[in-house]
Design a protein around this ligand. Sequence first.
Ligand SMILES: O=C(O)CCC(=O)C(=O)O
Ligand SMILES: [Fe+2]
Length: 684
Amino acid sequence: MSDTDQQKWDQRYTQQVQRETPSPAPWLVEMLPELPAGTALDLACGRGGNAIYLAGRGYTVDAIDISPVGLQLAQEAALSAGVKVNFSCQDLLADVQISNWHYDLIVMYHFMAPALLARLHEALRPGGVLMVEQHMSGFPGAAGPGSDRFRIAPGELAQAVCGLEVVRVEEGLFSRGEAAPFALSRLLARRAVYRDEQNPLGYYDRELTKQKRDQKEVFDFKAGGHQSSNPVLCDKGFGDRHTSAARLNYYPAEDPVPAAERADVSALGDLALHHHTDPGAITLLLQDDHGGLQALSKTDGWINVPPQPGTIVVNVGDVLQVWTNDRCTAGVHRVLSVASSRGRYSTPFFYQPRVDALVEPWLAADETPHYNSFSWRDYIRGRVTDNFADYGESDIQIDRYRIAAEAQSYDEAPNYKSYTPQSGDVFISSWAKSGTTLLQQMFHQLRTGGDMDFDDISRMTPWEDTALMLDFDMTVQQVASPRGFKSHRDYQRLPPGMRYIVSLRDPKETYVSFYRFMDGWQIEPGAIPMEDFLPIWMSGGPGGCDYVTHLLSWYARRNEADTLLASYQWVVKNRAEMIRRMAELCGIELTPELADLVLHRTSREYMVEHKDKFDDAMVSAALERKHGIPADSDSSKVQAQGSDAKVLPDSVAQAIDAMWADQVAPVTGHADFASLARSIDERG
Ligand SMILES: O=C(O)CCC(=O)C(=O)O
Ligand SMILES: [Fe+2]
C-alpha cells in the first residue's frame, strides 16, 4: 500500500461533494432479519453507510477504513444520524492484529483483501456471520471498477473464506437503477457454534462416548423455560430453571471430522454412537426412517428399535432410575454406524432437572435408598466434560452413587476389553443363521490342525457384540494364528484392512432358522408366532443389522482379494473347496492330511456329535446367570430340523419378497437370492 491507497481514497473523498447521508448496501438491508444481533465490524467502511445503518439497528459497531477523510465524513454522518460508531483508521492490507476481535457480524463491502478474508473466522464469535460483497469479473460493461484487479472471479469468494460454513452465495448482475448493472459476488458464512467445556451447548463433531469417538455431529440447544403447575415436579426442577436441552443429531456415513483435523482427535470408534444411558430424567426421541438405534435387552442382548412413523421413543434416564429407586432402569442404547450416504438424523429432547437440584431416591415409608444423593450440577458436568476428553476411565455412570454393590448390568464387567485391531485378523461375518458356526469351526480346525479342546467355538473365535454381556476380554491371546473373530456385521462396521469370510443365505431360510433357534430358548415356546417374528429377524442378532444392509455391503466386495464370499448352500455342498479357499486366504499351508481332517470335522455328523461346543454355551450361561433363562433349552446351531423356507407364513414371504424387489434387485440386478448366489458361486 499504502500511503498511495490512503492518498487515493482521501483524494476521492475530498473531491466528492456528496452531502446526502451515505446509504447502506441493499443486500445488508435485505438480509438484516437473518443476521445475528450484537456486535458488528464494518471493514473498509468508507463513508460509513453500513456502519451507521447497523448502529441505528441496535448493533455496537466498530468500523475501520484507511482514509482519514472518509472517516471524518463518516463520523459527521453518524453524528447527524444520532448514532455512535467507533471508527478507527487502519490499513487493512497490512498485517492487522485481529486476535482480540470477537464480533457477531462482520461486513466487508467492495474491498479486496484475500489474506484478511482467510483469517476472519477467528474474528467471529461462535454463531457469528461474515457478510461479503465484491465486484465480480466476467461481465464486461458492468458498472464499478474498470480493472479486474478489484474484482473477484465467479465462485472464488466461497473458496477464499476458511473455517466457516457458507450459508449463502449470490452471484450475477444486480441493478441499482444506474445505467449499467453491477456484477457482484455475495457471500454469507457462519462460524459454527462449537461446544466446549465452558459452553456445553452448540455444535460438536468429536464427542467421545465410552472413550470412543462417535460417528456423529450434534447440535445442542437449551430448551425454553416452561411452566408446570405440579409442585413436586417444579421443586425437582422442571420450572424455569430446568436444564433440559434439545439435540439435533446428524450421523454421516463418513467421518464427521475433516481429514485435516483428524490427527489431533481420537480415532473414530466403530459405532455411530457408543452405548450409554441418558443422564437426565426422560428422553423423548424422534428418529428418521434410517434405523440403527439399538437398546440392550436383558434377555435378547442388543435389539433394534426400528423407526415407526408417528412414534416417539421414550428413554428412561439415570435420574429417573435414582428417583424411582431402581423401579425404572435407565435404558442402555447405542446407534450403529450409518451406511447410507444421506446419513441419519435424530432429535432427542432431554428432560433434565434444575441446575442446583439434589438428586435422590423418592422412598416409600419402609424403603431403603439404593443411591446416595448427589448434585445434578456435578453429575451433568462430569458427563459433559467426559464427552470432550478421554480420561482413561469409564464414563461417569450412575452406579458411582449406588449404595450397596448390587450387581448391575454390563457396567460390572471387570474383564471385558473391547476388540483392538491387529493386521491379519480374520472376521467370519455371515448374517445370523447363515453358516457362521460352520465357518468358525472350519477356520479353527484349519489354523490349529484339529483342536477340539474348547467349550464354545465362540471362545476360540470371539464375538465383540456379545463380549460385554459375557464379560469377555476380546484381546485375550488366541491359541493359534491368525486371530479369528465372529461377527454378524456388515463390512462398514468392521475394521478395514482385515480378511473377511462370509457366507450368504437365502433370507427366507434364515428367517425360519432364526425363529427355530430363538423359539423355546430366549423366547418361550410359541410365545411369538412365526409371523410376528419379523422385527426380531430384522435385527440380525447381536451387533447385526438388517439382512439387506449386510447382503449389499458384502456383495459389493465380491471381487476383493481380502474377502471370501460364498453362498451357505454352496459351502455345505463344496466343503473341500471352501477349505482350500479359506486356507489360501488365511495363509495356512494345506496338506492333504489337514484337508481331510478339516473336512471330517466340519461334517454335519461330527458337529452334531459335538453339538455342545457349537451351542452358544457362553451366551446361555450368561443369560441364565443374569436373567434366569435355563441354559439347557435348545439353542443348537446344529439344528435337527432343517430350515425349510416353505413353512414361512405368506405375510412374511411377501414382506421378504418386497424387500428384495425394492432394495436388492435394483442394486444387484438379481431378481432373487438363487440368482445372486449363482453369480457368486460360479465365479470359482
Ligand atoms: O440417534 C439416536 O437415535 C439416539 C441418540 C441418543 O441416544 C443421544 O443423543 O443420546
Ligand atoms: Fe442417548
